[in-house]
Design a protein around this ligand. Structure first.
Ligand code: IMP
Ligand code: MG
Length: 186
């Protein structure tokens, strides 16, 4: 982290694994502000509907929305795909989408796009509700893990293909409360 010797980088234990600090809260805050700035500019006069993907994106969404300077609305959906530190590859919708999406400019707010499977699934499900447009705003993106073709419109920070926790992201349910982002120690 920031070129510090490994021995000085803080380590936290989450459940049964060690994670070392990789992205601090200041860097997180400036990436969130930058993303919000782009969205506020691009969606001026469009009354966007932010569709937050629970659980992981709750913290990013809470920070992002407070930096959005234009009229907007917020709604939530919930997907499930991960178990432990590996993607199970199976995606399910656990909290429904509805007709409020029709004719709206929807911005999907995600914590992270990894393989891209969950997002692809959500993009397909959304089509049934006939939104006017759909774009993706993800806080984190792992380009080396991404196996899909679609465009990711807004990315806060690109990260290596490593498992991380904190800032809403969990390891088996734990670690979401951490204000900084930590990477699994191999
Ligand atoms: P994907 O379908 O492989 O793109 O994975 C998407 C979901 O898996 C994300 O929305 C996260 O909830 C979760 N996920 C992916 N990578 C990580 C990680 O490094 N730590 C914690 N959760 C992750
Ligand atoms: Mg997520």
């Amino acid at each position: 982290m920031d070129g510090k010797p490994a021995s000085e980088v803080p380590v936290v234990r989450v459940k049964d694994k060690d994670f070392s600090l990789s992205i601090g809260r200041k860097k997180i805050a400036s990436a969130v502000r930058e993303t919000a700035r782009s969205l506020s500019h691009d969606y001026e006069g469009m009354n966007p509907l932010f569709l937050v993907v629970l659980n992981g994106a709750f913290m990013f969404a809470a920070d992002l929305i407070r930096e959005i300077k234009i009229p907007c609305e917020l709604t939530f959906t919930k997907l499930s795909s991960y178990s432990g530190t590996d993607s199970s590859g199976k995606v399910r919708i656990l909290l429904g989408l509805n007709e409020e999406l029709q004719g709206r400019h929807v911005v999907i707010v995600e914590d992270i796009v990894d393989t891209g499977l969950s997002m692809e699934f959500l993009l397909e499900e959304l089509q049934a509700f006939h939104p006017a447009s759909v774009r993706i705003a993800t806080f984190l993106f792992k380009p080396d893990a991404f196996i899909k073709e679609y465009q990711i419109d807004y990315v806060g920070i690109e990260i290596p293909n490593e498992f991380i926790v904190g800032y809403g992201l969990d390891y088996d349910g734990y670690g979401r409360n951490l204000s900084d982002i930590y990477t699994l120690v191999p």
